[in-house]
Design a protein around this ligand. Structure first.
Ligand code: F6P
Length: 547
């Protein structure tokens, strides 16, 4: 189904948007006390409330028809069973296989991949347990207590998000640091207080060609050798990669190389050995629980009907705003300090997957695709960008992620304040405040002052939100939450007819950076546009490292 924008349902949805765009959610709630009951779904410890959206029951029917027309279920089956749906790289897309039990069977080129997945998983979990039990020692006999994960993009954002989110499950003696930026300050500041004797470096790179990661890895190796005066790095450097040869060439011992699979994209790989750092922090049982949570969401996604399927509903609501309202901005707002890295991870997951203008068969797409994903933890964001959500001119849908029980039960009063803020914001964004209500509120003022102030205090409302409520932030629930977003992205990619699993768009800038780098320290004439030429020249004149 390549030309979704030429289908009858696409035209019907445009027409439906024009016919309903004036509706206000305030009125829809007032007219139908059952609205919440009709527009929420539950799955184990997760509640998805989508009632505060600019949709009616008719909108949902049409959106589900769109999903059927795009053959979402058929594509789910193709993904699940290992068909090569990443067309431009001719690969299957099997991150869901990473969360399957040992007894499952999934075939790629007639080989069951499950035994290999579990072999790698066991290897990582076994090492993590040895580190946690202080059975794995550094070259001088000291146990490992500091782990530095060097990686970027999917080799950093996912594991880092999991590590931060699951803090209460951490081993008390193990600290993990994540170094991603090629800016020397990132590695420099991390290494400043570390002792190489109890530090383990994990070089996390699926391709083992990413220049930022390799440069940081080289600098780390140099630091280690200089500090310890030993060239015996084998106990202190591990690699996680699908490019074994490159890791061997770098000097990593064969036993210290943990495999990845070419049919799992970097941004979908948090379920694999790329999360070795997380396994060291939270241990085998918690990591297995996380996988189980993901699998639980998979089973729901694979088998629930369209109208009850949380990832499908979430994806469709996103398409409704993005395509039919032309509202391309989507915020993710976790009301939980532990989830503060979640928006950054979902930003890569979504934007690198669906930020595409070419269809999966090479056709030019004549409509908007991937949304701009951004966000920040609540309540901090209330004091930053919420003004624009409440009184700005833009339609922006937000996901509010709220947790019913905090990690600090003794501070439940603080937790109640946090949750009250989340619920108040979704209510205020939906309801708004009419001019009549504002006038009434200000009736203590003289008329002229009231007239002046009232327009400033008017809240249009009708600003959509989804609320995802988790009972607790357990590894299981976090697994469900992450898999939910992965599947939402999948649904949208299928509807728009794009391949969500390649990322050619990031290549061009990488090549140019390689070309520009030597020019920064040479006198050669540069032959780019006048801006780039002058900026190179500016750097040459002002970069004085020894001044
Ligand atoms: O940013 C491009 C990208 O290829 C991402 O897709 C990936 O997550 C990241 O770079 C890191 O790649 P690697 O794990 O191969 O170093």
């Amino acid at each position: 189904m390549n030309f979704i924008n030429q289908t009858a349902i696409w035209a019907q949805l445009h027409q439906h948007q024009r016919a309903t765009h004036y509706l206000h959610m305030r009125d829809l709630f007032a007219q139908d006390p059952e609205r919440f009951n009709k527009m929420h779904q539950k799955l184990n410890g997760l509640l998805f409330d989508y009632s505060k959206n600019r949709i009616t029951e008719d909108t949902l029917k049409l959106l589900i028809e769109l999903a059927e027309t795009a053959q979402i279920k058929e594509w789910i089956d193709k993904m699940r069973t290992g068909k090569a749906i990443n067309l431009s790289e001719d690969r299957p897309v099997l991150h869901t296989a990473l969360r399957q039990p040992k007894t499952a069977n999934i075939y790629v080129a007639e080989e069951n991949v499950i035994p290999k997945i579990h072999e790698e998983l066991d290897k990582s979990l076994n090492l993590a347990e040895r580190i946690r039990q202080q059975d794995y020692l550094g070259f001088s006999g000291k146990p490992i207590t500091n782990i530095v994960n060097i990686g970027i993009g999917g080799s950093d954002l996912g594991p880092r998000m999991l590590y931060v989110a699951l803090r209460p499950y951490h081993h008390e003696k193990i600290n993990v640091y994540y170094v991603s930026n090629v800016d020397a300050a990132h590695l420099g500041e991390t290494l400043k207080d570390l002792n190489p004797e109890n530090t383990l470096f994990i070089i996390a790179s699926k391709s083992f060609t990413t220049p930022e990661t390799l440069l940081n890895a080289m600098t780390a190796k140099k630091w280690f050798i200089e500090k310890t005066q030993t060239t015996n790095i084998s106990q202190h450097f591990l690699a996680i990669t699908s490019n074994k040869q490159a890791a061997l060439d770098y000097g990593i011992a064969e036993d210290n190389i943990f495999g990845m699979f070419d049919w799992v994209g970097g941004r979908y790989s948090s379920w694999s050995s790329i999360s070795l750092s997380v396994m060291c922090a939270i241990g085998r049982d918690n990591f297995l629980e996380f996988l189980e949570g993901g699998r639980n969401m998979d089973e729901h996604f694979f088998s629930s009907p369209y109208s009850e399927n949380i990832p499908i509903l979430m994806g469709l609501i996103g398409v409704w705003y993005n395509t039919f309202y032309q509202s391309s901005s989507h915020a993710i707002i976790p009301y939980d300090h532990s989830l503060r890295r979640f928006p950054a991870h979902i930003q890569q997951l979504d934007m690198e997957s669906n930020g595409k203008r070419t269809g999966r068969n090479g056709e030019h797409l004549d409509f908007d695709t991937g949304a701009v994903i951004w966000g920040e933890e609540g309540v901090n964001c209330q004091h930053a960008f919420f003004q624009l959500l409440h009184q700005g001119t833009r339609l922006i849908c937000s996901d509010f992620i709220v947790i019913a029980n905090s990690f600090y039960p003794e501070q439940n009063n603080q937790h109640q304040v946090l949750v009250a803020n989340a619920l108040a914001q979704t209510r205020a964004l939906m309801q708004g405040k009419t001019e009549a209500e504002v006038y009434q509120e200000l009736d203590y003022l003289p008329g002229i002052e009231r007239d002046k102030l009232a327009p400033q205090k008017f809240f249009p409302g009708n600003q959509p939100t989804n609320t995802i409520f988790l009972e607790r932030l357990t590894p299981f629930n976090l697994g469900m939450l992450l898999a939910l977003y992965e599947h939402k992205v999948f649904v949208q990619g299928i509807i728009w007819g794009i391949n969500s699993f390649d990322q050619w768009g990031v290549e061009y800038g990488k090549v140019l950076a390689k070309n520009i780098e030597p020019l920064l320290s040479s006198e050669d004439t540069t032959q780019y546009d006048s801006s780039t030429n002058h900026l190179i020249d500016y750097f040459r004149k002002h970069n004085k490292p020894n001044a």
